[in-house]
Design a protein around this ligand. Structure first.
Ligand SMILES: [Zn+2]
Length: 433
């Protein structure tokens, strides 16, 4: 007897719940396999995932641009028109100050309903959910789903040179819609879908001066002083009101509500947060200069990380930054933009979005809200090369990326499994049920 779509979706839902222990164990095991970036070596964790799929007779492909920096792709052919790309990264940031952790950052301990460890939220947890979703889908006949490729990639934390950037530039990532697992979902009451992220400008400043003996600084021209004056002036770019598209305002409001709920903020921090989508942020994050305590420096360099709302032309912001440095009154300061990337924003009413909202609602039993990310994900690199909608749903806990005592919850892992397995059942490019 041919199963109805409702029955198929229900089966997937039940299977995801039945496999709760499996997805939890997988999350723990992935945390235990080292993939800290830098170095960003992912071949061991890719091997672990490979063996999971080997055990259930699913062929997968490993791709490397640089030895040790592995990416893995598993493809499930479907009979409905269209193809979903699921993207998740396997590298994690370092654990940081170990004394701040109350669990082993690479232990993957299950304490209560939480799995602790570096990468649980960002984002080995979502990779575990995707592995179990693949297993569930692979055991079903292909007539109910479109084709889906799950990509487990490297290098997200350091610019994706060997990961999504390379894979998309070389034409390996092709599909009709992309689902990014690099996100948090505020469950059980507030599931969210990412519909866009901010862009960035990396601004480099180089100041030149004249060296002198430290005891007679007036004979020199201090490059560090000039650099700091110029950088402080550049930071006033935060006063530039951005021309944000009106259609973004409701999503901005729900994003800010989501962030306010999840993070406890002081009043001054809250005031800054409220500006985050209508004004750029500028942070002086790198500085270098000076050769010795008693020598006036003749050279100093700095880098500012400037973030800009999606839909904003980067040139206007660049021009303001150049003008601000000029207006600072210091001379011999060179300005360069070393990297820049605009943000993006998906149409909340597109067919892909409608189906995805439904998948999340089925999985979590709550209508999701749409949100924007203040940082970037691999979607930025994909969008630069492949013009398809990128939607985000992850299993991280809000505020847990890159912090000590990172964790995710068992409920999040199971919800991720459901979402990742249900979306290929609902989606097709021609809208067929
Ligand atoms: Zn991430």
């Amino acid at each position: 007897m041919v199963k109805s779509m409702d029955e198929v979706v229900k089966t997937v839902f039940q299977e995801a719940e039945r496999l709760q222990d499996e997805v939890t164990t997988l999350c723990s095991e992935l945390v235990k396999v080292p993939s800290v970036n830098p170095l960003g070596v992912t071949n061991d964790v890719v091997e672990y995932i490979h063996s999971y799929f080997d055990d259930i007779d699913l062929p997968c492909e490993v791709l490397e641009r640089e030895a040790g920096k592995s990416n893995l792709c598993i493809r499930l052919q479907g009979e409905k028109a269209g193809k979903i790309l699921w993207l998740g990264h396997l590298d994690v940031v370092p654990a940081g100050d170990l004394s701040l952790w109350h669990a082993d950052p690479f232990g993957g301990d299950l304490i209560g309903d939480r799995v602790y460890g570096r990468g649980t939220s960002d984002m080995k947890g979502a990779c575990a959910s995707a592995m179990v979703a693949t297993k569930i889908l692979s055991r079903m006949t292909p007539d109910h789903r479109c084709t889906v490729e799950f990509w487990f990639t490297c290098d997200e934390e350091t610019g994706a040179e060997n990961g999504v950037k390379w894979l998309s530039e070389t034409g390996r990532l092709r599909g009709d819609v992309c689902l990014i697992g690099d996100s948090s979902c505020d469950l059980p009451h507030h599931p969210t879908i990412d519909v866009g992220c901010k862009g960035y400008l990396h601004m480099a400043l180089k100041a030149s001066g004249v060296t002198a003996h430290g005891s007679q600084p007036f004979l020199g021209d201090n490059a560090i002083d000039k650099l700091i004056t110029a950088a402080n002036s550049a930071k006033r770019v935060e006063e530039l009101r951005l021309d944000v598209p009106a259609s973004l305002e409701p999503v901005i409001r729900s994003t800010l509500d989501d962030l306010k709920r999840a993070i406890h903020l002081r009043p001054d921090q809250l005031a800054k947060l409220k500006r985050i989508f209508h004004y750029p942020t500028a942070s002086l994050n790198m500085i270098e200069g000076g050769v010795k305590i008693n020598v006036v420096p003749d050279h100093a360099e700095a880098e500012l990380d400037v973030r800009v709302t999606l839909g904003i032309a980067l040139d206007a912001v660049k021009n303001r930054l150049v003008a601000l440095v000029k207006n600072s009154g210091v001379t011999d300061v060179e300005v360069a933009f070393t990297r820049s990337q605009g943000g993006y924003y998906e149409d909340p009413n597109s067919p892909a979005m409608t189906k995805f909202i439904k998948a999340v609602e089925i999985a979590t039993k709550v209508p999701p809200t749409l949100k924007l990310l203040s940082g970037g994900t691999d979607a930025v690199h994909l969008k630069a090369n492949v013009d398809i909608p990128c939607l985000g749903f992850g299993v991280g806990v809000q505020g847990m990326a890159h912090v000590s005592n990172e964790y995710t919850t068992v409920e999040n892992l199971v919800s991720g499994t459901k979402v990742y397995a249900i979306f290929p059942l609902l989606y097709s490019v021609d809208g067929s049920p």
